[in-house]
Ligand binder design. Structure first.
Ligand code: G3H
Ligand code: 13P
Ligand code: ZN
Ligand code: NA
Length: 281
């Protein structure tokens, strides 16, 4: 069933853990995330993200996710991930109960101005808003971190002026995984300073390929929603590949194995985040 997104994050903050937020890409992957939540007895954010929207359209992705959520006893939030300007309003109309508006590419004043408008509309429907400040690079990009990091004073101003519910910060983690590159050390001190300056639960994106110590450190520093995608997509793909490696097998068999591997990988993340066993019923 659908759950109250604010409560899930508040409970995580009070309980000293982080809720997992994972991207759906198809029927089977949405089912895998919900099934993992049932097995781990964990609440979960199902995210409709940047890959699925051009593939099937926002409405179809929403309907599929809603059906997966409502057929289950698990506590599920249907969340728009990295929503651009027009899409956040479309998502609110469709019935998403949680949204991220991503204005991180805009100059600070523009990010503040547009985020504030999104918050006003979303809050009038009771919907919480996650925003991004600082830039989260893609794996393999050669970036100057001093320009990408979220700055503490800007975060304080951003939160005061926009009224967002949760803030996604840039502190050394990238979207995706580069297997041969050592992970950039996470700047936990910065995360903690942002938490103190803003008082909000923080979000970290790009949690695939992050060292276990950093996962635990991030929770202690004030992060209570973790976004992960790549590790779970890789698990799904490994399932497909293992079946097709045996020859010309039924597509359903491959999709089933992909789903099974993704369930296991998601349960593992939920245990690591401390959210396993936190379902309220
Ligand atoms: O990315 C968002 C646009 O800058 C929105 O600007 O509030 O003038 O439509 P607007
Ligand atoms: P990863 O693919 O690195 O796990 O990042 C996912 C994400 O942040 C989705 O918003
Ligand atoms: Zn992200
Ligand atoms: Na990552």
């Amino acid at each position: 069933h659908q759950a109250d997104p604010r409560k899930l994050v508040q409970d995580a903050q009070a309980g000293g853990y982080a809720v997992g937020a994972f991207n759906m890409h198809s029927d089977e992957t949405a089912q895998a995330l919900v099934r993992a939540a049932e097995i781990a007895e964990a609440p979960v954010f199902l995210q409709v993200g940047r890959a699925i929207v051009p593939h099937m359209g926002l409405k179809a992705a929403y309907e599929l996710t809603r059906r997966a959520a409502e057929e289950s006893d698990a506590e599920v939030v249907i969340h728009l991930d990295h929503g651009p300007w027009d899409e956040v309003f479309e998502a609110i109309k469709l019935g998403f109960t949680s949204i991220m508006y991503d204005g991180a590419h805009l100059p600070l004043d523009e990010n503040i101005r547009t985020t504030k408008q999104v918050v006003q509309v979303a809050h009038s429907f009771g919907i919480p808003v996650e925003a991004e400040l600082g830039t989260i690079p893609d794996a393999g990009e050669d970036v100057d971190w001093s320009a990408y990091y979220t700055k503490v004073d800007e975060a304080q101003r951003f939160v005061e002026e926009t009224g967002v519910d949760w803030l996604a910060v840039s502190a050394g983690i990238v979207h995706g995984v580069v297997p041969d590159l050592p992970p950039q050390p996470l700047d936990l001190q910065r995360v903690e300073q942002i938490r103190e300056a803003t008082g909000l639960p923080l979000v970290l994106h790009g949690m695939s390929g992050v060292a276990p110590d950093d996962v635990q450190g991030a929770i202690k520093a004030g992060v209570h929603k973790f976004n992960a995608d790549t590790d779970l997509r890789h698990a799904f793909r490994a399932g497909l590949e293992s079946v097709f490696a045996q020859g010309d097998r039924q597509l359903e068999e491959a999709l089933g194995e992909g789903r099974a591997r993704m369930i296991d990988a998601t349960v593992e993340k939920m245990r690591e985040y401390g959210v396993a066993g936190r379902a309220s019923s």
